[in-house]
Design a protein around this ligand. Structure first.
Ligand SMILES: Cc1cc2nc3c(=O)[nH]c(=O)nc-3n(C[C@H](O)[C@H](O)[C@H](O)COP(=O)(O)OP(=O)(O)OC[C@H]3O[C@@H](n4cnc5c(N)ncnc54)[C@H](O)[C@@H]3O)c2cc1C
Length: 373
């Protein structure tokens, strides 16, 4: 039974955000930065953020050459370029909020591995650089084929390497810890272990784990940032889950490369983490099975990742896998970020579609403008 005191002091807020991933926390910070008097509560189902934000690969990227070309094909030039610009703005906002050394930001650049199937894309480097010149002010992509051998990749398979100096990497865990601390410093309240089971008319309902009864939090402004699970609370917004599988090696003596690496329109990605390799992706091998919110592994994908690591990325190098994990992304049909005002009290938003580290801070800014301006 909720007490008179609890009802008076614990249940009503100016704004309630559901989900403490990058988007939920960035939105909470953005509100308190702009409106320090607003009482903001974040409700999170996990004991800490338990979506994609603590499971990703730590790439600070805005789209590789073939991804941008694929986006131009499917979304049109203007949408594809706007998306790159939002990601770039988001990266810069994140760097303002979480200073570089608090998230182990390292700018070793980014590379795309080009195989026989995508070799035609390198003829379009100039075209894409021209489209992006207004955003970055410099050459975004250039060939670095001399690095194929220096990095130890299989040169029969990797035909070309496209380099970008604007991409970087970070320590995902440190970034999220710092963002949580910063949100708390700003006065955001975060309740963990609170799974929201429904939202009606500004009432956000959870089941209290001790009282074993439903408890209603109330607010004029409820913002749902639950990523892959968004449709469970806001069925009007159609979001599909997509699982991502990731593995990390033990330290490798004499590892030859540093940087973030994309392959196959971004479906595969790897990087160094110190002298280890983090490698993930392969969802396109089995789209149907991977359209799930479950955290399990797909053996077909895991064995493909191990094969590619052996034959393409680390041929002739001895390594051991230290651990593996999975995380769940949320995808909209057009793969564009979305901010959907369901009614006066309720807004749902998704920044993900794969590059949420870059996009979340920018989308959070747009959410706050949509809700409060
Ligand atoms: C394997 C993998 C690798 C990735 N690599 C990269 C990368 O290198 N670079 C990049 O930019 N992006 C990457 N991404 C994408 C990026 O991680 C996401 O876009 C971003 O973290 C999304 O943030 P979010 O806050 O929207 O969602 P999430 O981090 O998923 O947060 C949603 C939160 O809502 C909570 N929640 C859900 N339902 C409820 C409920 N009913 N009640 C209360 N809480 C609830 C969840 O527990 C979760 O904490 C990757 C994603 C995955 C899965």
């Amino acid at each position: 039974m909720i007490s008179f005191w609890e009802k008076n002091s614990f249940l009503n807020y100016d704004c309630i955000i559901v989900g403490s991933g990058l988007l939920g926390l960035s939105t909470a910070c953005e509100i308190r930065e702009r409106f320090p008097d607003k009482e903001v509560l974040v409700l999170e189902r996990g004991i800490f953020p338990t979506g994609a934000s603590t499971k990703n690969a730590g790439f600070l990227c805005f789209g590789s050459l073939t991804e941008i070309l694929a986006d131009i094909e499917t979304k049109g030039e203007a949408n594809a370029i706007e998306l790159v610009e939002k990601r770039w703005q988001g990266i810069n906002l994140l760097k303002q909020r979480v200073v570089e050394n608090k998230m182990d930001y390292l700018n070793y650049g980014g590379y795309e591995l080009i195989d026989e199937n995508s070799i035609g894309s390198i003829e379009k480097i100039e075209y894409v650089n021209n489209l992006l010149s207004g955003i970055f002010g410099g050459k975004v992509f250039e060939l670095k084929n001399d690095k194929i051998k220096a990095f130890g990749f299989d040169s029969g398979f990797v035909r070309s390497l496209v380099y970008s100096p604007y991409e970087a990497q970070l320590d995902t865990g440190k970034m999220m810890r710092t963002l949580l601390k910063y949100a708390e410093f700003l006065g955001v309240q975060i309740h963990n272990g609170c799974e929201v089971i429904r939202i009606d008319n500004g009432n956000v309902v959870i089941r209290h784990n001790v009282l074993k009864e439903e408890v209603e939090f109330t607010s004029q402004n409820v913002i749902v940032c639950t990523n892959a699970l968004l449709s469970e609370l806001v069925p009007a917004l159609k979001v599909k889950p997509g699982r991502g599988e990731v593995l990390i090696t033990k330290p490798i003596k004499g590892l030859k490369f540093k940087g973030i690496f994309h392959y196959d329109e971004g479906y595969y990605y790897f990087r160094n983490f110190g002298d280890r390799v983090i490698f993930g992706g392969g969802r396109n091998l089995d789209f149907n099975t991977e359209e799930t919110g479950e955290f399990g592994f797909n053996e077909k994908i895991i064995s493909d990742l191990k094969k590619k690591l052996n034959e393409m990325i680390l041929p002739g190098t001895e390594f051991e896998i230290e651990s593996m994990w999975t995380g769940i992304m949320g995808f909209t049909a057009d793969k564009l970020p979305v901010i959907h005002k369901v009614n006066e009290n309720l807004t749902a938003a998704l920044s993900c579609n794969g590059m949420g580290i870059a996009l979340s801070s920018q989308v959070a800014r747009e959410i706050v403008t949509t809700v409060f301006d």
